[in-house]
Structures are given as structure tokens and as C-alpha cells.
Design a binder for this molecule. Structure first.
Ligand code: URA
Length: 241
């Protein structure tokens, strides 16, 4: 039995995110008197690809995104917060209930711990720091994001990184680290070293929500933060001023 491409994608759970419109039936052209074009004959300007969007277009695209089913259950898209020219980029997993309500990443209990972690290395939300998530919409009941949701959403984060051009990325939690590094290596093995994401140094630490449940690992998270601070100092020392 030979399956069409659409049938093979569907069998893998990878239905295309968009469908090509059916071509209109060819019909005989009738001569007609000169008339202004009908509204739906005027070509709409094509939306730019995500990888080409400027910051504001990208933000609007995230807020109105329907690339996966999470838009049906979210309150709003959560784009990110902070200085779009920041040297530090913090990447988390996905908005939770509070973030979904307020439209800002890391504003719940885990967010308060993240702010404390940043303060421990002299950083403050909004000052030379940008905070974003891999997923821009909340998964219902905070379930793990599906591979299809990540595939649909990751291009937004990739474009944010292209535009911000941070000097260092801190991936908080297994999910952000594995998504950016395209690996399934356990977080315990990803910590403690400097990775590269498209040439940008990337350091992995535990997610603050995990640390709230496992406070004994806060000492390890502190080591990661010290590594991040040292790495940033080295990056800056190595750059011509
Ligand atoms: N956890 C995340 O990973 N991101 C948020 O924005 C909130 C909680």
C-alpha cells in the first residue's frame, strides 16, 4: 500500500501545520467591462517568515499565534520580558498558570526563586537580562510540552535569540537545555560545562520549580550560577572595548 506524504506525516503524528489552498478551478475568462478589483482579488502582503521578523512583528506573531493547539486553552501568549539588547538570556520551559494570566514569564513562585538566583550573581529582571521560554503558550495543567508543540514554537525563541544576540544563555531546567542543545542527555550531565548554542555560550542549571521541590540541589545550582558569572566575565574580558 503506498501512502501519500500527508498520510505518512499523519501516521507519525506530524500533520502539517498549514495546508496548501486548493487551486481554484480554471474557468473560461469572460471579457468584462473595466471595474475596480474586488477586495478578495487584491493580493494581501505575505507575512514574513519567523526567521525574518523584526522584534515587534515577532511579538505580535507570538501573541496571535495558532501554530499549535495550545492557543485554544491559553489565556494569552507569553512573549518574554526584559531588555531586548541584554547580554544575559534566561530560557525556561513554558508559562504556568500565573504567567498565562499575567502575560509575563516567571512571575509565580518559581519566578520569585529565579529572581533570587539572578540577584545572587548581581542581576535583576529587566536590567541587562531577557527572560523567555521555549513555549510561548501554557500547556494545560502544566503538562510536559509535546514534540509537535516544541517544533511549532521553537522558531520564535530562535528568532528572539538572533535579534537579542545575548553574550550568554542560561537554560533553566532539563526541557530548555535539551530543546536548545537538541539532545536528550540528562540535566545532571549537561550542568557544569559551557556548551555552545549557535556560537553563543550556554550554561545549564536546574529549574527553580525543581529547586523548590529539591532544595538540597540549590548548592549545585549555585555552582552553575558561579560558572555563568565567571564565563560572562571571561567573555567580556576577551572582547575589545
Ligand atoms: N516555568 C517556566 O519554565 N517558565 C515560566 O515562565 C514559568 C514557570
Amino acid at each position: 500500500m503506498s501512502l501519500s506524504r500527508a498520510e505518512r506525516l499523519k501516521a507519525l503524528g506530524l500533520s502539517p501545520l498549514w495546508r496548501r489552498r486548493a487551486r481554484p478551478q480554471a474557468r473560461a475568462i469572460q471579457p468584462r467591462a473595466e471595474q475596480p478589483p474586488h477586495a478578495n482579488e487584491i493580493a494581501a502582503p505575505a507575512a514574513p517568515a519567523i526567521a525574518e521578523m523584526d522584534w515587534e512583528t515577532l511579538r505580535q506573531a507570538v501573541l496571535t499565534c495558532t501554530r499549535c493547539d495550545l492557543h485554544r486553552t491559553r489565556t494569552q501568549g507569553v512573549f518574554g520580558v526584559g531588555d531586548p539588547h541584554a547580554e544575559w538570556l534566561i530560557v525556561g520551559e513554558a508559562p504556568g498558570a500565573e504567567e498565562d494570566k499575567q502575560g509575563e514569564p516567571f512571575v509565580g513562585q518559581a519566578g520569585r526563586l529565579l529572581d533570587a538566583m539572578l540577584a545572587a550573581i548581581g542581576l535583576k529582571r529587566g536590567e541587562n537580562v531577557y527572560i523567555a521560554n521555549v513555549l510561548k503558550s501554557r500547556p494545560p495543567k502544566n503538562r510536559d510540552p509535546s514534540p509537535q508543540e516544541v517544533a511549532a514554537c521553537l522558531p520564535y525563541l530562535e528568532r528572539q535569540i538572533d535579534l537579542i544576540q545575548p553574550k550568554l544563555i542560561l537554560a533553566v531546567g532539563r526541557f530548555a537545555a535539551q530543546s536548545l542543545l537538541t539532545t536528550d542527555t540528562a540535566i545532571g550531565r549537561l550542568r557544569g560545562q559551557v556548551h555552545l548554542y549557535r556560537g553563543i555560550p550556554l550554561i545549564v542549571t536546574y529549574h527553580p520549580a525543581y529547586l523548590l521541590r529539591n532544595p538540597a540541589d540549590k548548592a549545585r545550582a549555585w555552582e552553575d550560577l558561579v560558572l555563568a558569572r565567571q564565563t560572562m566575565a571571561q567573555i567580556k574580558a576577551g572582547q575589545p572595548s
